[in-house]
Every structure is written in structure tokens, then in C-alpha cells.
Design a protein around this ligand. Sequence first.
Ligand code: ACM
Length: 527
Amino acid sequence: MRQHRRTPRLLGTLLLVAAAGFSLAGAAPHTRAAAPPVRLVPAPASLEEGGAPYRITAGTRIRVDGTPEVRAVGEYLADILRPSTGYRLPVSSHGAGAIRLRLGGKGLGAEGYRLRSGASGVTITAGRPAGLFHGVQTLRQLLPAAVERRTVQRGPWGVAGVTVTDSPRYAYRGAMLDVSRHFFTVAQVKRYIDELALYKINKLHLHLSDDQGWRIAVGSRPRLAAHGGSTEVGGGPGGHYSQADYRAIVRYAASRYLEVVPEIDMPGHTNAALSSYADLNCDGVAPPLYTGTDVGFSSLCVGKPATYAFVDDVIRELAAITPGAYLHIGGDEAHSTSHADYVTFMDKVQPIVAKYGKKVMAWHQLTGATPAAGAVAQYWGLDDTGAEEKEQVARAARNGTGIVLSPADRLYLDMKYTADTPLGQDWAGLVEVRRAYDWDPGSYLPGVPAAAVRGVEAPLWTETIRSSADIDVMAFPRLPGAAELGWSPASTHDWDTYKVRLAAQAPRWDALGIGYHRSPQVPWPAH
Ligand code: ACM
């Protein structure tokens, strides 16, 4: 594995000898074999291997700092470990505990952590609870995969002896779920959140409105959800989130240290809204609901004051139930809006987002208008998108617009892996696992200053995706690659070692009930 190993080879060898000597002394002869090889995704910033392993036993206790957030991370860890180990694993802020979660340390940042494991236990230290949570994800991967099962399994439960010092390359590490083309229930969204958390993703972008469905209740505009949410692609029943449902998603995401970025797409991708309220249409006539998969045919009426009263109502209500910093206003594929109208529209709408205390996020077409101060543009072009379009994005970046990278022929999780992939689309190309992973967000767009890149996001559009099983097989194994691009230092980037670490995740997915595409590019273990 090409990871940073601060331990000089000689010292590592000495530690191994020491560990072997310890075992020979009879303390725990089988513990070494019990710890799986260290194969972490995303690759940590620094990994030292070679110490004695720790073994979780019936007597293990989890000691946490006394704050509610740290205790909650401790309980989350215990909830993962208890069903498979069958151990009690009490969580306490008093007394001894071989697994220790503590706030402290310096220089670990908002999300970083240090994990030390050895014969006497495991200590995770972080400056903030988010770092402890990410450290817990690392600890999961240091244990045998069977720990992820929900019924009692045979141990032993060894944790390899390591020192990991880790913090993310980028602050924005996202995944998007399109709940408009097909609706997904709160339970389905929570399931995906849990999968995202495994790989330290910290943003959940919800695409809440499109031509085929409006998915969030707006109290001042009840027909949006009641009518606009009443169908989906293919004509199924659709659905929507009540504001209480949405808050529940936001809370659950926060418990996994993800921030929800809600998107209301405009001025295009708005047929569901136009069908719900006739006065949003320039001709005053509400179109029928739409259940096909064409794009680019709808537009809010840019010249009508009613449009901005509508946008104000929607943004106000959504901002009030969204604790995160960003509201995503779409702005893509406005093919039925003239360029002049598009610029006018964005000039009017961005201040509404600011008025309700949020920052603008939008697809990168926003850079063809005038991005507001603090805005983030999400690039969804292709490797071979024209230089002019890329330069427009780069110019905005040089003027202070943040960039999140979602190249469609790299990170769109709805693209087919190969021509045989049963689900998904191929308009951006076929995206096998290596292609999704093997690029550098820091240098991807020419002329974009490295500091303008906020991170990466892997969107999943759902024209062909209807179930959690569908989500899983498109997201796995590409999602962990996107997560690694967002988290790991560029110096760890290496396909040949990545694919081995990725392969080691498969038994974990099997244990968690996550189906995945068994790409021939990856040396999977036998089933
Ligand atoms: C997009 O794929 N239309 C952002």
C-alpha cells in the first residue's frame, strides 16, 4: 500500500518482534491473527502499522467524554458492535474503558482525528465530535467484516495495532440523491445516509424538485407537494416529505455528521411547479404533470412578479428548516429560458437566498450569469467539455466562486459501468470503477486555483433507479472512490493500491446487505 508510513521499516520490524514476543509469553497468542490486514478507504493522511493488536472482549467498556455529542458517538459505536459481538459494551463517562473517545489534541481541525490501537485498547482523539465520528468509521474497518452483521458472530474481534492521524483534503465531500424522478422514503434516505457515513462523506444534496415531482411540503404553497408531488417517472404514485419528514432527515444526517444541501431546481426543471400553480406560467395555463424523462422544456416565467413571490415563499420555508449553510438553486439545462432571462432570473433569486441567511449553490451554468458573493458552482461537465465553458467556470473561480466537482463522466453514479449494466444511463459515457476514481480534483479544471476547489460530489439521478437495491448497485463500488477523492491527500492517490483496499470492503458490504457491481477491474475476494 502506498500510504504514508511514518514508522521507519526498522522500527516497524522491532514492533512486530515485540508483539510476537508478547504473544509467545502467553498473553493472547491468537490476537494477531484475529485482526484483519489494514486496508482503509478512504486512505488516511498518515498510517503507522505494526503495533500489537487490541482484542474486544466481553469485558470491554467504552469510555467517553461527558458531553452529549461524544456520548452519542460512543453509543453509535456500541450499537454497531453489540449485535455481532454479543457483548454488553457499556458506554460511560466514568471509570476505565479500553475503547476511549476523547476531545483534545491539537491541529486535527474540524473533522480530523487520531486513532491509536495497541494491546491495551483503542483511543480516538479529535478536536470536535465530527472527528470522533470519522475515527469510528476507521475503527470499523480495522475490525473483521463480520462485525457489521446484525446477529451474533464468532469472534475473535481483533483491532490491528496502528496509529492513524487523519484529516480531510476537502471540506465538501458530497453525494446527491435525486428524489424527484423517483421518490424515496425517509427510511430509504436514512439507509443511504448510513452508507455515505461509512466513507466519511459529509454532505447530502437532495434534489427535491424537477419536472416529474415536487418533494417538499411548502405550507404557503400546498399544491406543490399535493399535486406536484403526486407522480414520478413512469407514472407511479410519487410522494413528498412533510416538513417534519424533512426535519427528521436533517436530524438523522446530522447524527451521522452530514449536512443536508436541499435543491430546488430553477428556472428550468420546473414542470411540477408550473403544473401546480398556473400563474407561474407566462401564458397563465398550467401544463399537465409529466412522467417522461426529457429535459429542458420547462421554465418559470422570468418576467412575472408572481415568480419571485413564489421563489420567496419556497426559499423562506426551506431555509427555516435547513440548518446547513447552502441552498442549491439548480440553474442547469434552462434550455427554454433565454440567456438574458436566465441572467435576470439569477440576479433576482440569489439575493432571496441571502435574505434568508443562506449561501447559493448551483450547477455550473450559474457562472454564465453573475454568481453572488460566497456562491458555490457545481461542475457537471465532461472531461471533453469545451474549453470555453471550462474557462467560464475557471474565471468565476478566480473571482471567488467556490467549485465542487461532479464531472458527469467520472462521478455521476447513474452512468452505466459497462454497456451491460442493467440500470442507469450512458449519455455521459460508461463509467467503470477505475475511471470514477482515477483523476485529481485539484487539477481537473484548467485555470481553477486549487484553493477554489471546495471538494467533490457524486450525484445519483434516478430516472432508472427505484429502490435501495438500485441505489446500492450504482453507488458501490464507485461511491467510496468519490469519497476517497474528497478525503485523502493527493499523495495517496494510486489505482493499484486503491483497488486492493477497495476489494477489502466487499465483505463489509456483504455483511451490511449492500449489493455492488463486481467490476472485473477490482481483485475481489471470492464470495
Ligand atoms: C444535470 O445533470 N443536469 C446537472
